[in-house]
Design a protein around this ligand. Structure first.
Ligand code: SF4
Length: 256
């Protein structure tokens, strides 16, 4: 058993116990429990349907969880509009984290503004500038990072735990919807009249930056429309791929 002491909380956290506790709670209970552990709790939303479910729970229950989004500068207009709509609906602030203009200029000079189509390296470099660096700012000093990752989103996410230690960021990552399937998400959104991105209704189950997301065909995996030109089933933007597996984290954070 490994006990973790995330930043800015005086509590030592046993991630295995936390995972088990969260498994026994409903969504609001999970969020509320984590918010009560102390320290800074940040939820990063992409405004996708899963994240809207979490934002609605935070807003409805007035939970002391910061809501942040990575405004990459390449989002769909529908996504940008949904940020404001969601703020108004739940009377919350969604803090936008932007890339640095100097980084964007340097990227464009080296690869071209849309150089991400040319190679995996160029794509990762763009995600680094527009997503990973702003994410690092959003999570600075946080003890807990809430995400909307689900096991059913892709094979790569099939073993997503409720709680895992993120050694790279020295915080505990909480995947509050890990066990929800897409049908449950849609039913909840419908019951609660939660605002969602209209692109979901046009064949986009997973929505990222506009130039890197396309609609999927019937029968394709949920994330098939993300970086579709790359022939790699594990393609991710890098926000979540640094995570070691639950078991590895628990056995030895230093092995990551
Ligand atoms: Fe750049 Fe595409 Fe990554 Fe967005 S998803 S940061 S546009 S490579």
């Amino acid at each position: 058993m490994t006990i973790h002491k995330p930043l800015q909380t005086d509590k030592n956290i046993d991630v295995v116990s936390l995972d088990e506790t969260l498994a026994s709670l409903d969504l609001a209970g999970r969020l509320s429990f984590v918010a009560g552990l102390g320290g800074r709790v940040v939820f990063t939303t992409s405004l996708g349907i899963e994240d809207q479910v979490i934002t609605a729970a935070i807003g409805t229950h007035r939970l002391p969880i910061e809501v942040a989004t990575l405004e990459t500068g390449r989002l769909f207009p529908e996504t940008v509009a949904l940020i404001s709509e969601t703020e108004e609906r739940y009377d919350i602030v969604i803090r936008r984290y932007y890339p640095e203009q100097d980084d964007i200029d340097a990227y464009a000079a080296k690869y071209g503004l849309n150089g991400f189509y040319e190679s995996v390296e160029a794509r990762h470099a763009c995600c680094h500038v527009r997503k990973l660096k702003p994410l690092a700012k959003a999570l600075e000093g946080a003890s807990f990072w809430i995400t909307g990752l689900r096991r059913g989103q892709s094979g790569n996410r099939a073993s997503t735990p409720f709680a895992e230690f993120d050694a790279e960021r020295n915080l505990i990552k909480i995947n509050a919807l890990a066990d929800w399937d897409i049908e449950a998400i849609r039913a909840h959104v419908s019951e609660q009249s939660i605002p969602v991105n209209p692109l979901h209704g046009r064949g986009y189950p997973s929505i990222g930056c506009e130039p890197c997301t396309r609609a999927i065909k019937p029968g394709e995996p949920e994330r098939a429309g993300r970086w579709w030109w790359e022939n790699d089933e594990k393609r991710e933007c890098g926000l979540h791929v640094a995570d070691a597996s639950h078991a590895t984290v628990l056995s030895s954070p230093s092995q990551q």
